[in-house]
Design a binder for this molecule. Structure first.
Ligand code: BDR
Ligand code: CA
Length: 359
């Protein structure tokens, strides 16, 4: 099993990332830290505990991390995820285990990762990068110790992927014209990660260009809802219904806000899937064009403005935009896959749901 630590801000798609991280047999989850983002830290922490409760693993520790970015106020996304950060289902239970607060989350992450053999553990980030930035600023030696860092965040645009090549001039952010939400929330933290050369060489970025290939269409929604094993317990059916509620809520907001027609992208579990692919556990065919690597800088000038999701119209503000430069062959840098086997991805997620049903 590959040890992983998940840092997240649940969040509808974060809930699916938790499901995959907890219920894939090739992964051993060390702990979950929470961060400000889709909702307040208090809410994302409760939501993480609720999801773990729902999928039968309340024993996994939830560690509340940073409630705001390094040097900005927190930004939340109620337009996308509702007031609680995970609206849309009545089936999420209250957590029975309280979050762990007798140790600082950053220290818990460090202890959990350092307890693994050198070059074994992965860190997966599906929220703002504040906790991850604090972790490597406080314990820089950890960068050499971990195997990899998989981050959902950023938007490249400019024809980078099959999604954006259709209209290579279209801006591709989901929070401003250029910026993706996780990077926008704490651009300085993101910059601290991407500018760390030891870390960059171990980082895989999963930007919107990739996640917009993974669309929760009506057919996918039906399959995830109905594909229970005949032996599944009643509790299992509830789990599928709960995830169906979450996915369809997310689809509705994406259709309303972004005008997507087929469904919504399911961003965050793709960052977990990177680990499964790299460790040879699932043939997900992430495609980095034969090893291309990138340097990334983050636009940090300017102030957060109240996001206007309906128009993505914070002018041409560039705060939170990533600027991606392709490196020469053989140079070390950040990997940004351009594609993956989407149908296999859904198979893998569906199997994890099946395992959650049987827990
Ligand atoms: C990212 O932003 C959040 O709202 C989602 O959970 C995901 O991590 C997508 O831009
Ligand atoms: Ca998230």
């Amino acid at each position: 099993q590959t040890p992983i630590w998940l840092d997240c801000d649940p969040g509808h798609d974060d809930a699916f990332a938790i499901l995959l991280a907890v219920h894939h047999p090739a992964l051993e989850i060390l702990g979950i830290s929470t961060v400000h983002g889709n909702a307040s830290l208090e809410d994302t922490t409760i939501n993480a505990g609720s999801v773990l409760e729902a999928i039968g693993r309340p024993d996994i520790g939830v560690y509340p991390g940073a409630r705001k970015p390094f040097c900005r106020e927190a930004v939340h996304a109620p337009y996308i995820h509702g007031i609680t950060g995970i609206d849309g289902t009545e089936l999420l239970p209250q957590p029975t285990s309280p979050p762990i607060t007798d140790i600082n989350a950053i220290l818990a992450m460090r202890n959990g990762l350092l307890a693994q053999a050198e070059g074994d553990a992965w860190l997966v980030s599906t929220g703002a990068l504040t906790n991850i930035g604090l972790l490597f600023a406080t314990f820089p030696e950890l960068a050499a110790h971990i195997k990899g860092l998989s981050i959902m965040g950023g938007a490249v645009g400019d024809g980078f992927s099959p999604v954006t090549e259709k209209d290579s001039n279209a801006p591709f952010g989901n929070t401003t014209f250029y910026a993706e939400f996780n990077i926008y929330c704490d651009p300085e933290a993101a910059h601290s990660i991407f500018s760390n050369p030891i870390l960059a060489a171990k980082t895989t970025l999963v930007p919107l260009d990739l996640t917009h290939q993974v669309i929760g269409t009506y057919d996918i929604q039906q399959r995830l809802l109905n594909d229970s094993a005949p032996s599944a317990k009643a509790a299992g059916l509830t789990i599928r219904q709960m995830f169906h509620d979450l996915l369809t809520y997310y689809v509705r907001t994406y259709i309303k806000i972004f005008g997507l027609t087929d469904g919504s992208p399911l961003h965050d579990p793709v960052a977990v899937a990177v680990v499964l692919f790299d460790e040879g556990s699932e043939d997900l065919a992430f495609n980095d064009h034969g090893g291309e690597r990138f340097a990334i800088t983050v636009k940090t000038e300017g102030e957060h403005e109240k996001p206007d999701y309906h128009n993505r119209n914070i002018g041409q503000a560039e705060l939170g935009r990533i600027v991606v430069t392709k490196l020469a062959p053989g140079e070390e840098g950040i990997r940004i896959p351009r594609g993956l086997d989407v149908s296999r991805f859904w198979d893998v997620l569906n199997s994890s749901m099946g395992r959650a049903e049987e827990t």
